[in-house]
Design a binder for this molecule. Structure first.
Ligand code: UDX
Length: 407
């Protein structure tokens, strides 16, 4: 089939690559000149494992352009533009704009909303455009996006037009994943309900982690392990840490909570999950102060990890960055190291190597679960493991979230 993908972010670029790999002819549309140039030159401006190779391998079936008129003959156009949350409300202007542009150019395509949108968006959009609209949310994680797109747990297709739904079902049939065909509204809500549930699972275990810290002998890692053996609970997304971040969980939980409130049907559990997540930073600063003294002014604190999780250079919604902002407010001197994130952050010193960063600091906080941190051994300064990846035996002066003070 002839496929268009509008918006070459993490989701759009991976969708384009995987659909080209499946034998389709794909045109990726991107209006950001710098980003477009990256894809055209074979150097994706995004770090996502396997993406560069995917694009290289399938370049004969992949084209990149900023020109919407190239979508004229497309059978399916995926919209994968951003849907940011502004003041707790979702901003749908990018998706409406892209949809209207595609609608003007396409002769026959089915328009597929890949971006995360609030329930009712497809319905609203269908009042403005003539092409059939299918809701086909993505459930891919950064870092494993290529594999998640090749082999998703399920494909959700929401549509009013059953021919359009069948066409989109066909394009994903190579994945072998279970297909759920439903209404646009259900599809839109499945995405939010799934992400909110996962975020809640993380906040739940983070609260249990807080409790473990007050129970001599308790360790959240073991509690989570014991819970995870139960098939009804499952071991995933039960890793206590600094709190969830990224481009999805914070924005989606906040968007669906405020949407539900407006409908007078508040999601109090999701609201609590958001609050627990936001409190993580204060909790970590409290532990730090208990160990190295209330006055952080002038103390040199190493924050190891800036990315919102390992294996990505993405700092959107990053909890480590929120931690840094909080430490700077306390007038601490912040040193930071991340194997991938190389941006400039005002007010901090960013190191190019891990050892240098640790050496120049009075205390160390592990804030992202990068593999290279897991073998750390530091005997001469306080270390706080906010991601539970370190071996306590490798430290003299050590605390970890969810590990009781008294052993
Ligand atoms: C998430 C969803 O998993 C994905 O389905 C959706 O399409 C987009 O949002 P992503 O943001 O890439 O994907 O990251 P994910 O691996 O889900 O992690 C999100 C955050 O939660 C990270 O900050 C991570 O460190 C944190 N996390 C995850 C935990 O703190 N504990 C866990 O057990 C799992």
């Amino acid at each position: 089939m002839k496929i268009g993908v509008v918006g070459l972010g993490y989701i759009g670029s991976v969708t384009a690559g995987v659909l080209a790999e499946a034998g389709n002819s794909v045109i990726g549309i991107e209006i950001d000149a710098k980003r477009l140039a990256g894809f055209k030159s074979g150097e994706p401006p995004i770090y996502e494992p396997g993406l560069k190779e995917l694009i290289e391998k399938n370049h004969s079936r992949l084209e990149f352009s900023s020109d919407y008129s190239k979508l004229a003959d497309a059978d399916i156009v995926f919209l994968a533009v951003q849907t940011p949350t502004v003041n707790e409300r979702i901003d749908l202007s990018y998706i409406f704009d892209a949809a209207e542009k595609a609608n003007r150019q396409c002769k026959k395509a089915v328009l597929v909303i890949k971006s995360t949108v609030i329930p009712g968006t497809a319905r609203e959009l269908s009042k403005k455009i003539s092409l059939p609209i299918v809701s086909n949310p993505e459930f891919t994680r950064e870092g494993t996006a290529v594999e998640d797109t090749r082999k998703p747990d399920r494909v959700v297709i929401g549509a009013k037009d059953s021919n359009a739904a069948d066409l989109v079902g066909k394009i994903w049939s190579f994945t072998g994943a279970p297909l759920l065909k439903t209404t646009n509204e259900n599809a839109e809500l499945i995405k939010y309900a799934s992400n909110s549930f996962l975020a809640t699972k993380i906040s739940f275990i983070n609260e249990i982690a807080n409790l473990c810290e007050s129970i001599p002998g308790a360790d959240v890692e073991i509690v989570a392990k014991g819970m995870g053996y139960d098939k009804r609970i499952a071991p995933y997304f039960l890793k206590a840490g600094i709190g969830y971040g990224g481009s999805c969980f914070p924005k989606d939980t906040s968007a669906i909570a405020s949407f539900a409130k407006e409908l007078q049907s508040p999601l109090s559990i999701v609201e609590s999950a958001i609050k627990v997540n936001s409190d993580r930073i204060e909790r970590i600063v409290d532990i730090l102060k208990t160990e190295i003294g209330k006055e952080l002014k002038g103390k040199r604190i190493a924050v190891l990890g800036l990315a919102f999780k390992d294996d990505t250079d993405d700092i959107r919604g990053s909890q480590p960055i929120r931690l840094i902002e909080r430490l700077l407010k306390e007038s601490a001197a912040v040193n930071a190291y991340d194997p991938r994130v190389k941006i400039k952050i005002d007010g901090i010193t960013r190191f190019e190597n891990l050892e240098g960063c640790i050496k120049e600091s009075d205390a160390v906080i592990v804030a992202t679960e990068w593999g290279e941190f897991s073998n750390l051994k530091i005997m001469d300064k306080f270390v706080l493991d906010a991601k539970r990846i370190l071996n306590p035996a490798n430290f003299n002066n050590f605390r970890a979230i969810g590990l009781s003070w008294e052993r």
